[in-house]
Design a protein around this ligand. Structure first.
Ligand code: AMP
Length: 448
């Protein structure tokens, strides 16, 4: 039986108190399925993307263990190691430990690159219970003798698919080789491709497998649509969608390149909507500052590259715009997972111009469904939509049809209107045509 309340889980009172203060009442499916096994000391292979509550699924058993069996801190030698692909995700895990561990005496440290190492070295010198680290800097500090992994008895690998995408496989293997053989290990990935499962089996012993179907979970919570459009019209459509967001609603815009995200942020700001970019060329303090401002709603639009957006967990994100389609289809699933967090409904609009059709085809193949075509937007490129329908999607699924409500008040075009790919053609405007229809809601600026 899987527990349907947190009280039903054998978690200590101080943890229960922190959970109820965070207004968590019901464990998410991954929490309900994983936590009982983890509390019994089992290894775990978890297939779940961000937004499913997987951070709490591993943080709560860690906190329980540290609370039930407190030990003196040992310099340089953490008891728990959480490995994450990016600094943002590491920070996020650190925040979760602080939130859920508010009433427990634990110490944690974050170790990642892009910032000076001295504070990290100092934190390790005085000892921590939990170390949350990215592979590169962790190995650096190990090589310099500042960290020793021989006391780790709880090991978490988070977002392993991303870690491998980022080329960390050898680093991960080196780190695993430094851990004691006797330990509890958890392995989380959004996808379980054969390479991932093979790697998992070199790390885990007799694991419980918990799979929270990522694509369907995402598809249910996030209304996804594709906007066929000429590249030169993308900016106008973006401004229009941003202008249609309600006050307090946050948007993340994805760009494939660092340079492109800077340019977009400037363009959006010039249009009167505060926007900032985060990407690998910005320093960690700059990225933290931008994220904090975004979280507080001071900047309603964040422009990001894939790597920088990992671990960004902001509940008020209601819209994700894929200004460029990602060239790896898995990145699409991660991107749209930035909205529709923790049960909320989100929207994702993906712009597809003629030279991105192959990327769209790969995405549709991965998620097993064609995306709903938004032929209601002013720059709808009917010829491309028709071409994609004829040759494009290799999947057999039927596109989801959203019920239209084109007259005022409701959601903008593609959110309420849109047609399945199978209806073909444009409702007007023609190839590349448009910018001349009546606008349903007053964007901050008509952007044709
Ligand atoms: P994660 O998948 O770990 O990135 O978590 C996604 C979001 O869900 C975070 O904002 C968490 O604070 C939130 N969350 C996790 N578990 C629960 C829960 N059981 N009830 C409500 N919110 C949750």
């Amino acid at each position: 039986m899987t527990p349907n309340t947190f009280e039903a889980l054998p978690l200590a009172a101080p943890i229960q108190r922190a959970l109820s203060e965070s207004k968590y009442t019901t464990p998410s499916p991954i929490q309900a399925q994983a936590i009982p096994h983890l509390l019994k000391g089992r290894d775990l292979l978890g297939c779940a993307q961000t937004g499913t509550g997987k951070t709490a699924a591993f943080s709560l058993p860690i906190l329980q263990e540290l609370h039930a069996d407190p030990r003196p801190l040992r310099p340089k030698s953490p008891r728990v190691l959480v490995l994450t692909p990016t600094r943002e995700l590491a920070t996020q895990v650190g925040k979760s430990l602080e939130t859920y561990g508010k009433y427990i005496k634990i110490k944690h440290a974050l170790v990642y690159g892009g910032v000076g190492q001295r504070p990290q070295v100092n934190a390790m010198r005085s000892g921590v219970d939990v170390l949350v680290a990215c592979p590169g800097r962790l190995l650096d500090l190990i090589d310099q003798g500042h960290i020793n992994l021989s006391s780790v008895d709880f090991f978490v690998l988070d977002e392993v698919d991303r870690m491998l995408d980022m080329g960390f496989q050898r680093d991960v293997q080196r780190i695993v080789a430094l851990l004691p053989k006797k330990r509890q290990s958890l392995f989380f990935s959004a996808t379980l491709a054969p390479a991932m499962v093979n790697l998992a089996h070199t790390i885990l012993v007799d694991p419980v497998t918990v799979s929270i179907a990522p694509e369907t979970t995402t598809a249910e919570k996030v209304e996804q649509r594709v906007c066929f459009i000429e590249r030169e019209n993308k900016r106008a459509l973006l401004l229009k969608l941003l202008g249609e967001q309600k006050p307090g609603e946050l948007t993340i815009v994805f760009s494939r390149t660092k340079h492109g995200s800077d340019k977009l942020a400037r363009m959006i700001s010039k249009d009167g909507i505060a926007a900032e970019a985060i990407h690998g060329n910005r320093s960690q303090p700059q990225r933290d500052k931008t994220l904090a401002r975004f979280r507080e709603g001071k900047i309603p639009v964040l422009v990001a590259t894939d790597v920088a957006a990992r671990g960004v967990d902001v509940k008020a994100v209601t819209l994700v715009v894929n200004f460029d389609l990602p060239n790896e289809p898995e990145a699409y699933v991660h991107r749209i997972g930035r909205t529709g967090r923790a049960g909320a409904t989100g929207h994702a609009a993906s712009f597809c111009c003629p030279d991105e059709r192959d990327y769209l085809r790969d995405i549709e193949k991965l998620i097993g469904n064609p995306l709903t075509v938004d032929d209601d937007q002013d720059w709808h490129l009917a010829s491309l939509a028709a071409d994609h329908l004829r040759h494009g999607s290799r999947s057999n699924g039927v596109a989801k049809v959203k019920q239209g409500n084109r007259s005022g008040g409701g959601r903008p075009s593609g959110r309420s209107g849109g047609r399945p790919a199978s209806s073909g053609g444009s409702s007007g405007g023609g190839a590349g045509g448009g910018g001349n229809r009546r606008r349903r809601r007053g964007p901050r600026r008509a952007s044709a």
